[in-house]
Design a protein around this ligand. Structure first.
Ligand SMILES: Cc1cc2nc3c(=O)[nH]c(=O)nc-3n(C[C@H](O)[C@H](O)[C@H](O)COP(=O)(O)O)c2cc1C
Length: 342
């Protein structure tokens, strides 16, 4: 017998505030869910302890359903001492500029995925989404047995077919214009969001469309095309409750004016994994360690760049629609505006 499905979406409004690791604070998640859309916590970089803490902070702020996103890890990357030296050489202008010594680098380079899963299963949210790959079938069943919907992020029809075999509750279709990391495992897949959404509709799974959705008309358009919900990331970067740092906000404010400041590029500079960012000096760095080693290598440098208010050395993730960003406002107002044509 087919498994009975929970309602497609845990929220009333078919709008998802995208999980954005480092930006999606408990305050943002709770405000979005309270406004009737689905708030999402980007937990990919959090230790199990921090994750438990952030889950309880969201629950102190709202009784509404929310989503948590995790990164499916690649095998621990291998690289030589020469590769590390070359990656550090490529970062030397950044080190000089910020007056920093060469950093050390020690494994593990990423949070413990198994411990993150345990923490989540101990306090399961309404939905979880996975990015950068597919979790084990058992993991998916464990969440579903607790009533948690499982969404898998894909960037192409081929990835979606693989993901659908695992019987998730929905697919997140990330188009090529999306800000942040490419969420699938086929890095050259860059289909426009509407095309990708339409390509997945016959897989008999709800499709959550993501990438370049900045306005009420964009949100309505993907729903009209058959998406079950619109997932917006960049549109929330200037929300008052977002954890976007001051220099990142300043760069986004410049991008809002359009022109060159709004140029986005696909880069491996900050993390070693392909991601869409505002063009800056760090996005021009090409000699990198594999993900997530490069991420761990640049993390303390980016933290210092934030302290020194130097956006040219930050990972300024942003989608191609960044020039359409509205100014700083509350998440409540943003949800009401983005959903205003539904
Ligand atoms: C700052 C930032 C961080 C992101 N972090 C994550 C993340 O942790 N997990 C994830 O699945 N997607 C992440 N994404 C991608 C979003 O989930 C979503 O696909 C994307 O924002 C949609 O495109 P848009 O930015 O044009 O709205 C991130 C995007 C941005 C802009």
């Amino acid at each position: 017998m087919p498994r009975p499905r929970a309602a497609t979406l845990p929220s009333q409004i078919p709008l998802v505030q995208a999980p954005m690791a480092g930006v999606t604070t408990p305050q943002l998640v709770a405000a979005v869910s309270d406004a009737g859309a689905l708030g999402s916590l980007g937990a990919g970089y959090l230790s199990a302890e921090r994750l438990t803490d952030e889950l309880s902070r969201v629950r102190q702020l709202t009784d509404r359903p929310f989503l948590v996103n995790l990164f499916v890890p690649d095998p621990e990357p291998q690289f030589s001492a020469e590769q590390l030296t070359a990656a550090l050489d490529a970062l030397q202008p950044m080190l000089d500029d910020l007056q920093l010594p060469r950093p050390g680098l020690r494994a593990p380079y990423a949070a413990d995925f198994g411990a993150q899963l345990e923490a989540l299963l101990a306090a399961p949210p309404a939905a979880v989404s996975f990015t950068f790959g597919l979790p084990a079938a058992d993991t998916i069943r464990q969440f579903q047995a607790q009533g948690t919907r499982v969404w898998l992020t894909v960037t192409s029809r081929a990835e979606a077919e693989q993901a659908a075999q695992l019987q998730p509750d929905a697919l997140v279709a990330q188009g090529g214009s999306a800000g942040g990391h490419r969420g699938g495992w086929q890095e050259d897949a860059l289909a426009p969001t509407l095309d990708l959404t339409r390509q997945l509709l016959d897989l008999s799974l709800p499709v959550i469309a993501a990438g370049g959705l900045m306005t009420p008309a964009d949100v309505r358009r993907v729903l009209d095309a058959g998406a079950a919900a619109a997932q917006c990331g960049t549109a929330f970067l200037l929300a008052q409750e977002a954890g976007t740092s001051a220099p990142y906000r300043a760069a986004l404010e410049r991008a809002r004016q359009g022109g060159e400041a709004a140029t986005t590029v696909l880069t491996r500079g900050p993390s070693g994994r392909l991601a869409r960012s505002l063009a800056n000096r760090l996005s021009a760095v090409e000699t990198v360690l594999p993900y997530p080693a490069q991420n761990a290598l640049t993390q303390p440098l980016r933290a210092e760049a934030t302290r020194q208010h130097r956006p040219e050395w930050l990972s300024l993730w942003a989608g191609e629609g960044v020039a359409e960003l509205t100014g700083e406002q509350s998440a409540t107002a943003l949800v009401a505006w983005l959903a205003s044509e539904l």
